[in-house]
Ligand binder design. Structure first.
Ligand code: GLA
Length: 621
């Protein structure tokens, strides 16, 4: 067992004198016409229900295609009666398996043996009674479809008795070719509030696929190949979701719906998902094992800058209650819940609640943990430290000086984790309170640090209330929910990035290494690729931006330094332009600015990625 990991944290700040300023040339006025930056945020749909991560229940993990209306209603009753609905779990989402076929006039026909209430009216089967029943219970209703012609179950759930029936055309139940008609039916006539849109139709129906060869399905040349970004046509996939969003918008112009994109992290969905969806899956399907849970967690935890109010990274549904997270594994169930809460993931339960002991209901329904997930600032937690099996994630909450901190033991042994208050950007001298939410215990900081012993697979979830070292100001690294990476402002690279690189990271370089400029390590800041641009939603709350910028040591060639151009625009107007071949300072008034845009340009053509830091970037009030 090891102790005291102060050294795991990058020093907060390296003295300015230690920085080497190379040919910094700063012009605070527009010395040439400003390139008007297009706002990255413009397209995200303004859903009134979308702000916090969605919460609810989905039958897939418990029942797959053997779900029935009776099973859903049984779970729904339990959700109400147990208090989970009151705690926020309000979306009851149907998953794959509900179709019987697509009729000759294009209308989707419901499998009424699965949903008997759909046949009640005697006319065309309709989900209206089912949706009305959920609405009458104060709940929301969700449905499922596929962006291609066919659904996942048709290729992956071979033994199921609940697959679409009829001719090849009748079994084409996905939205492709029927976007407008299906959205009128689902959001108009039936009145659903939520739609999960899967993508097997784009990936799994190649001409070479045996079922396609046998004539069971029409071939569709894949636009998405799992694990092969180079063979996926991200622009084409994006355009299909864009069209679907338009089709929903025509029925629901107020934006009162949620759209959940399910391309399993493929087709660069993080770059465009926020424009159309409220959540997008970041990985393949979760299973009820510790290993799978961690894998899915990591796929979303590494991308805090992509999430924010109304648009969330989705590591998939919760497995609490299933497999390695059942009533015999309460430590693991609490850890899973803590992890999804701190990274602002959708909280969609996926187990048969009718069989649930109170111990699991208590975990899913823990109000203080849910409050962290649903915090109105919408900041996804940021990894502060990862050292073998130990990981510390911090989420800045809406209330100034309040932080949620997850101390995670990913491993099967005992360990101890220490977090200095300074690493949380909190002043050590003030009366800081720390409460562990699962145990309800107060943990007094000792010598300006919080130390906790963790058992195997244990996560401690802390609510820390202190005072920010910046007073009323904030580091940009503390406000990921206000950041939008401009999809069209991303670096265009000749070759795709190494898979472990993330184009924009908080408190880390794109490679994941510490933010290092000329040998100096910075604890706060953003690491991005050159020729990128991102927006900060300031809402007129701040007065000054200060930052230290430069090419990160990991890509910088000391023998041949290149000059980069850093620009700051406020609501489209150029506020500052700095061109520098080394480390430079940005200090600019931003009073009244709603949207601040930070961009860095590499005027030369680069054959390799150029990584840049906006180090120590902070906003003052
Ligand atoms: C895909 C999705 C799952 C589930 C199944 C249904 O695998 O990723 O979440 O919807 O399809 O077939």
């Amino acid at each position: 067992m090891t102790h005291s990991h102060f050294t795991s944290f990058p020093p907060r700040r390296i003295a300015a004198g230690g920085l080497l300023f190379l040919a910094a040339l700063t012009a605070w006025a527009a010395d040439k016409p400003a390139r008007a930056p297009s706002s990255a945020r413009a397209a995200a749909h303004a859903s009134v229900q979308a702000s916090p991560p969605p919460m609810g229940w989905n039958p897939w993990n418990a029942f797959e295609t053997s779900v029935t209306e009776a099973k859903i209603m049984g779970v729904t009753e339990k959700l109400k009666q147990s208090g989970l609905a009151d705690a926020g779990y309000r979306y009851i989402n149907m998953d794959d398996g509900w179709w019987l076929r697509r009729d000759a006039d294009g209308r989707l026909r419901i499998r009424t043996s699965m949903f008997p209430s759909a046949a009640a009216g005697g006319g065309e089967p309709s989900f209206r009674p089912y949706v009305a029943r959920l609405h009458a219970m104060g709940l929301k209703a969700g449905l499922y479809t596929d962006i291609g012609r066919n659904a996942c179950s048709q290729i992956w759930s071979g033994g199921s008795g609940n697959l679409p029936e009829g001719s090849v055309a009748e079994r084409e139940v996905g939205v492709m070719g029927f976007q407008e008609q299906d959205m009128r039916l689902i959001f108009g006539e039936w009145g659903f509030d939520f739609l999960k849109v899967d993508a097997c139709g784009l990936a799994d129906f190649a001409a070479s696929q045996p079922a396609v060869k046998r004539g069971q399905f029409r071939a569709l040349a894949p636009t998405m190949v799992r694990g092969r970004p180079d063979q996926s046509d991200a622009a084409q996939v994006e355009s299909l979701y864009a069209r679907l969003k338009d089709a929903i918008g025509a029925v629901r112009p107020q934006g009162d719906y949620l759209l959940s994109i399910c391309t399993w992290g493929e087709a660069s969905v993080a770059d465009w998902g926020y424009k159309y969806g409220n959540a997008w899956r970041t990985s393949a399907d979760i299973s009820a094992t510790w290993k799978s849970m961690l894998h899915n967690f990591d796929s979303a935890a590494s991308r805090p800058m992509y999430a924010g109010p109304g648009h969330w990274n989705d590591p998939d549904m919760l497995e609490i209650g299933n497999g390695e997270f059942d009533a015999d594994h309460l430590v693991e169930a609490r850890a899973h819940m803590s992890m999804w809460a701190i990274i602002s993931a959708p909280l969609i339960l996926g187990y048969d609640l009718t069989k649930s002991p109170q111990s699991l209901i208590d975990i899913a329904g823990k109000r203080e943990v849910i409050a962290i997930n649903q915090d109105p600032a919408g900041n996804q937690g940021v990894t502060l430290m990862r050292d073998g099996d130990r990981q510390v994630i911090v989420k800045s909450l809406a209330q100034a000086g309040h932080k949620a901190v997850a101390l995670i033991n990913r491993g099967a042994g005992n360990t101890t984790v220490t977090v200095p208050l300074s690493a949380l950007n909190l002043a050590p001298e003030t009366a800081t309170t720390v409460r562990e939410l699962w145990s309800g215990r107060d943990v007094a900081p000792v010598a300006g640090a919080i130390t906790m012993a963790l058992g195997p697979h244990e996560t401690a979830l802390l609510l820390v209330k202190g005072r920010s070292v910046l007073g009323a100001g904030m580091y940009v690294s503390e406000m990921p929910g206000r950041i939008t990476i401009a999809a069209d402002g991303r670096a265009t690279l000749a070759r795709p990035l190494q898979s472990s690189w993330v184009a924009a990271q908080i408190n880390a370089a794109p490679s994941g290494a510490p933010l290092t400029l000329d040998g100096a390590v910075f604890g706060n800041g953003l690491g991005v690729l050159a020729n990128s641009r991102f927006d900060l939603r300031l809402g007129g709350e701040f007065t000054r931006l200060r930052a230290t910028v430069g090419e990160l040591d990991e890509t910088r060639d000391k023998a041949a330094t290149r000059t980069l151009i850093y620009r700051v625009h406020g609501d489209g107007k150029l506020l500052a332009r700095t061109s520098s071949a080394g480390v430079a300072r940005i200090d600019v008034a931003v009073k009244g600015v709603q949207t601040l845009t930070l961009s860095v340009e590499n005027p030369e053509t680069a054959s390799k990625p150029v990584a840049v830091a906006w180090a120590d970037a902070r906003l003052e009030r």
